[in-house]
Design a protein around this ligand. Sequence first.
Ligand code: SF4
Length: 256
Amino acid sequence: VSATTASRARTRTFPVIEIFGPTIQGEGPDAGMPCNFIRLGGCDYRCTWCDSMHAVDPALVREHAKRMTAERIVALLDELPGTADLVVISGGNPALHDLEDLVRLLKASGRIVSVETQGSRWRRWLESVHRLVVSPKPPSSGMATTEHMRAFWDFMARADAASKRPAIKVVVFDHVDFDWAVQLKLNLEASYEGLPFFVSAGTNVMGEDFPLRYQRQGICERYQWLCEHVAAEPAFADAKVLPQLHALAWGQEKGR
Ligand code: SF4
């Protein structure tokens, strides 16, 4: 590590919305694994059902985010209880930031680094993470326009050029989303055969005060509906279907 890189890691700061754990990863290839989360502020999307607006809306990001260096972030993770190896960098869209130094420090501390992004902007540092989970947004988000999808396919081409094989996760709320996910899977298979593909039953944003048992009921009903459709869909023979496990356990409690 050069002196310049080390000094950059000490001075460059990132807008941290929250660092929390231990919890479990609720979705995707590491679903069910104990982990800690780093949520960074800033997002180039505005999904209709976003449950992390405090990490998206610029005014809320300004209000909630604390600027921290990569070294400070790792020090705060070290203070968390538990022994989780996995750390998930989420947002917002973490790919809006240059996280090369942060990822390097996290890996040097022995952690498994997972990044979740919608796949709108490729970054060189994404090559170096252990797990890259790309979550293109379906029509119900309002973010599946031709322009958004052009950015996604560009992201995939760049990942492929860097020999990076991401896992794909699609949140599904309704029949339109489901059909869109099927077509996406078929299109991905044509160019990038065998990428791990996860279909996630979407959770309605109800607010933290909505009784947990009703939140759980809604999650289970949509999950059952989605399981039945995935099981009957040939394109999803090798896909996995999951509810958002963190939402099932804790509802929309923040810091979970
Ligand atoms: S991409 Fe994620 S963080 Fe950004 S608006 Fe959509 S759901 Fe929210």
